[in-house]
Design a protein around this ligand. Structure first.
Ligand SMILES: *[C@@H]1O[C@H](CO)[C@@H](O)[C@H](O)[C@H]1NC(C)=O
Ligand SMILES: *[C@@H]1O[C@H](CO)[C@@H](O)[C@H](O)[C@H]1NC(C)=O
Ligand SMILES: *[C@@H]1O[C@H](CO)[C@@H](O)[C@H](O)[C@H]1NC(C)=O
Ligand SMILES: *[C@@H]1O[C@H](CO)[C@@H](O)[C@H](O)[C@H]1NC(C)=O
Ligand SMILES: *[C@@H]1O[C@H](CO)[C@@H](O)[C@H](O)[C@H]1NC(C)=O
Length: 250
């Protein structure tokens, strides 16, 4: 039992970039995420890269000119001075614009053991200029039906295990949403899961904080998973929308 708890405690970090990983070792671009395909920023103009001290940490989603949503486990323990984002590019660590954070917020009920309420907010020090490559995504405000197809995107690793390379080009993959009570792991309403236990498609290390979207609606924020395949877990934006609104008025 103790072993299980400890394992779960470390799970959320599994989907943030391992901290020793730097751009210099990411030398093997590939056309395949874990079962996904390349995407352009024009297709997913709401995605950003979240940096810690200038290095890759996580993904995030633009919800207004001055606010980005990411995961609690990506931002916990960081000051605004340590956080910046890169928007308007589908290239890892290149292009677009980099903007410093002026505030970061971690959900007060975020719980590392259960990974509940794994959502955080970044306030930008200067406003983004919207256009074809930089745009906001709207926040879900109703329950998402099981079987709904959703797109998760990011620059996370292309496979689990030893095949730990991050792509240069943004990747996306489509996953079916699973009803909360059918997720392999017991979760609460602040979470949701998506994917298929018998398939390889999944978010992976480095995708944390990034978007799970249905059209132009953000339904989930990448939180954790096992072995980068099968079912992966997300913060449930519908459930956490009221907290986002309480801080951003969005
Ligand atoms: C945040 O940045 C400051 C100044 O660069 C640095 O001293 C500190 O270690 C950083 N904190 C974290 C958690 O990385
Ligand atoms: C997400 O949260 C909403 C509101 O609490 C809830 O109705 C729903 O069952 C949760 N899960 C999914 C998959 O939407
Ligand atoms: C890593 O890639 C090799 C060669 O493509 C493959 O045989 C192996 O199963 C992969 N391992 C994992 C953990 O994905
Ligand atoms: C989910 O867990 C969080 C953190 O423990 C808690 O604040 C919240 O009330 C829980 N939600 C439900 C629906 O149980
Ligand atoms: C999961 O994938 C299997 C194998 O491709 C398929 O038969 C099954 O219908 C899928 N289940 C769901 C819930 O999509």
């Amino acid at each position: 039992m103790m072993g299980v708890l400890v394992f779960v405690a470390f799970v959320p970090f599994a989907l943030a970039f391992p901290h020793q990983q730097t751009g210099s070792s990411l030398s093997q671009p590939s056309t395949k995420i874990v079962g996904g395909s390349s995407a352009t920023i024009n297709e997913i103009p709401y995605i950003v890269q979240v940096y810690k001290n200038g290095g890759p940490q996580c993904g995030g989603s633009i919800i207004s000119r001055t606010w980005v949503v990411s995961a609690s486990h990506c931002l916990e323990g960081l000051d605004a001075a340590n956080v910046s984002i890169r928007a308007g590019t589908d290239q890892f660590l290149k292009g677009g614009v980099v903007i410093q954070a002026s505030d970061v917020y971690v959900h007060p009920n975020y719980n590392l053991q259960t990974v509940n309420c794994d959502i955080g907010l970044i306030k930008l020090a200067s406003a983004l200029s919207f256009g074809p490559t930089i745009a906001a995504i709207s926040l879900a405000n109703r329950k998402v039906a099981a079987g709904t197809l959703a797109v998760v995107s990011g620059w996370g690793y292309l496979a689990g295990g030893d095949n730990d390379t991050a792509p240069i080009q943004l990747q996306k993959v489509t996953l079916p949403v699973v009803s909360n009570n059918e997720c392999p792991e017991v979760i609460n309403e602040s979470q949701l899961c998506a994917g298929n236990e018998s398939e390889i498609q999944s978010s992976c290390f480095g995708d944390s904080g990034g978007p799970l979207a249905v059209g132009n609606t953000l339904i989930g924020v990448v939180s954790f998973g096992y072995d980068c395949k099968g079912v992966s877990y997300y913060a449930n934006v519908t459930n956490l929308h009221s907290w986002i609104s309480s801080i951003t008025s969005i």
